[in-house]
Design a binder for this molecule. Structure first.
Ligand code: UD1
Ligand code: CA
Length: 451
């Protein structure tokens, strides 16, 4: 039977000190709530429900941008985690299977941990709670166990000293049969220290019905929640550490791993080399054997096999580098394709363009793609030589094996194999330089005398 997922994300996150809902803050370039949704993918959920409240419209918009199938429900007043799950009833009541509850501000639950929870369900537990041994249990809910039976969860606010002494704590993740979960949630009350509908009370209710509840333990690091900017930064650091280790493990060379920053979806092939201080924004794929040299910034880009990028290169969304292409220092490539072996090596801007195989773009070349109102394309064929400091005023096409002279401003199409010269003709005035200098000096002396 299919599994359903509920992600609780209605909380305000006051301690973030932000105009933006907490769960929209990104880790590895992906909003926090989406990390929770991504972790649940291991259970192949049939339906995913996101419970929103504070800033709900913005969260819903972000969720639908990532996955139009996510069901968003609104919890108007935040009356507790049990009340939040209740909001998903209409979306899931007829869904059957199991339902997994996750928090939108807890991005590091490992897929493998969720699989272990599913195993516990398969071996007879009706309600499975994810717990962890807390180094500093603080305000977490405490798991009251008898052997491997979970008797109940006591919230910190409601716990006496003996219960507070328990160090096995509630992460918040729950897995149960969908029907059972909603029937238990229907029974929740709010007669407790916080006056909230605690989801955690379903454990005692389950036991009272003769159902079996248990807890699976995971590493505390997985349960790391984000409540402040400092915790957001710490979470980013955890994410980067994981990603660097993953890259090294899959055969990517990182000469200084601690200086390289990845996004949630960065894909890098074996034997690629990433030099120090490289930043990957979302949507980058680097193929086998490519080299990304120091201080480069890539986002929404594809780098083919054996290509070399940088140092100090910027690849923006839509940059497509075919095999063995070269993009050198202080070059920016945006929404442009470079064919096999094409070179853009020095100080160039190539935007809204295609550059054919083996073409060479001279230093300081600019595709003038924007006229102040609209963007236009530049099309460069194969084996073309673009002279240094060529301005290609788009829309414009340069045919295969054509050339442009240095310093040219190309405003009309260049046919294949032609040479385009578009600059003022040079004039030579013999002996003119010393005479010009003398004239300029005399003029300056006259000005100083007058003042
Ligand atoms: C909860 C658990 C506690 C556990 C801890 C782990 C309960 C009653 N307590 O406590 O046992 O140790 O998490 O971090 O469940 N949310 C809503 N709507 C609400 C309330 C909360 O969507 O009405 C969301 C929040 O946005 C957040 C999550 O649920 O993502 C947890 O809520 P929070 O208030 O942080 O719960 P805790 O009091 O920390
Ligand atoms: Ca919390």
């Amino acid at each position: 039977m299919a599994t359903q997922v509920i992600v609780l994300a209605a909380g305000q996150g006051t301690r973030m000190q932000s105009e933006m809902p907490k769960v929209l803050h990104a880790i590895g370039g992906l909003p926090m709530f989406a990390h929770a949704l991504a972790a649940s993918a291991v259970l192949s959920p049939a339906r995913q429900v996101l419970v929103v409240g504070h800033g709900g419209e913005a969260v819903a918009e972000a969720a639908h941008k990532l996955d139009p199938d996510v069901i968003v429900v609104t919890q108007e007043d935040q009356l507790g985690t049990g009340h939040a799950v209740e909001q998903a009833r209409a979306a899931l009541a007829d869904a059957g299977g199991d339902t997994l509850v996750l928090y939108g501000d807890t991005p590091f639950i490992e897929p493998e941990t969720l699989e272990r929870m599913a195993d516990a369900r398969a071996t007879g537990a009706d309600v499975v709670i994810l717990g962890f041994e807390a180094a500093a249990p603080g305000r977490y809910g405490r798991l009251v166990m008898t052997g491997d039976r979970l008797d109940r969860i006591v919230e910190f606010k409601d716990a006496d000293d003996t219960k507070r002494a328990i160090t096995f704590c509630n992460s918040g993740v729950v897995l149960a049969d969908t029907g059972t979960l909603f029937s238990l949630v229907a029974e929740l009350g709010n007669d407790n220290a916080a006056g909230e509908y605690y989801l955690t009370d379903i454990v005692a209710l389950a036991n009272a019905r003769g159902l079996r509840a248990t807890a699976i333990a995971c590493a505390e690091a997985e349960t790391l929640g984000v409540n402040s900017r400092a915790e957001l930064a710490a979470a980013e650091a955890v994410f980067q550490t994981r990603k660097r280790a993953e890259m090294l493990e899959t055969g990517v060379t990182l000469t200084a791993p601690e200086t390289v920053f990845f996004a949630h979806d960065t894909v890098i092939g074996r034997d690629a080399v990433i030099e120090p201080n490289v930043v990957f924004g979302p949507g980058v794929t680097v193929e086998t054997g490519a080299v990304i040299r120091a201080f480069s910034h890539l986002e929404g880009a594809h780098v083919g096999r054996g290509a070399i990028v940088g140092p100090y290169a910027r690849l923006r969304p839509g940059a497509e580098l075919s095999n063995d292409a070269r993009v050198g220092n202080f070059c920016e490539i945006k929404n442009a394709t470079l064919g096999d072996g094409a070179k853009v090596n020095h100080l160039s801007y190539i935007g809204d363009a295609s550059v054919g195989a083996a073409s060479n773009i001279g230093a300081g070349t600019v595709t003038c793609n924007y006229d102040g109102v609209s963007k236009h394309r530049t099309t460069i064929g194969e084996g073309v030589f673009i002279g240094s400091d060529t301005m290609l005023v788009a829309p414009v096409t340069v045919g295969d094996h054509a050339m442009t002279a240095s310093g040219s401003v190309i405003t009309s199409d260049v046919p294949a194999e032609a040479l385009a010269l578009a600059r003022a003709r040079q004039e030579i005035k013999p002996g003119f330089a010393p005479r010009l200098i003398a004239k300029l000096r005399a003029a300056k002396a006259a000005r100083q005398k007058g003042s």
